[in-house]
Design a protein around this ligand. Sequence first.
Ligand code: DQA
Length: 147
Amino acid sequence: MKKILVINGPNLNRLGSREPSVYGLQTLADLEHRLQEIGGQQGVTINCFQSNHEGAIIDRIHEADNSYDGIILNPGAFTHYSYAIRDAIASISVPVIEVHISNVHAREAFRHQSVTAPVTKGQIVGLGLYGYEMALLALLNEGKGEK
Ligand code: DQA
């Protein structure tokens, strides 16, 4: 059975109450429940992790190597400056899809750059929590020989 790890970075534990006009009203628990539901339908194991700490995220990325089939990662603000998370992603062979709930390109200039995206398989931005579902389906499609 395939195993997918979902990692949410800093402040994403505040979903539902954090800037609802940007991030919506659904909570992290709602998101994780929805992904578990899809995982159940697709016959895939989904494990979810959230941390506000850079090192904890890096440790989780390292641990995922050779034990997961894919990672869905929203690094939060670390996206824009964490070379350490970028290097952690580059150090593993598991495909990572980067997700952003908001359209970072339509926001402040500092959000326009992702230092992590170049070492990921791809990036999904601005589609709300649905972006995580898309990432999950893309990872499940991995290895089927389709581009
Ligand atoms: C975010 C975008 C980041 O710029 C921000 O710091 C976040 C959330 C998003 O999902 O839209 O914490 O990653």
